[in-house]
Design a binder for this molecule. Structure first.
Ligand SMILES: [Zn+2]
Length: 82
């Protein structure tokens, strides 16, 4: 089995576990949070582990987060438009 496959599976497993704990696709990364856009590969890095700061930063940078079919969706300013 090649390393790409193993890495992919490990990332998918991590995502599954994260989804169980936190339905939003916000991943802890040391002292910062990465918010991934669900529509493109853009992301927002917030230098805080405080969820309130993350939401504040998302708002400040015109990111949108909303619930769709019981799943939280994050969108960057570009994808959130229109
Ligand atoms: Zn986007």
């Amino acid at each position: 089995m090649d390393i790409g496959h193993i890495l992919e599976r490990s990332v998918m497993k991590q995502r599954e576990n994260l989804k169980k704990v936190n339905t939003m696709t916000i991943q802890p990364k040391q002292a910062s949070f990465i918010v991934n856009c669900d529509s493109c590969s853009d992301y927002l890095e917030v230098d805080s582990t405080d969820f309130k700061d993350v939401l504040k930063e998302m708002k400040f940078h015109n990111w949108k987060t909303f619930k769709k079919d019981d799943e939280w969706v994050n969108q960057c300013p570009v994808c959130g438009e229109g």
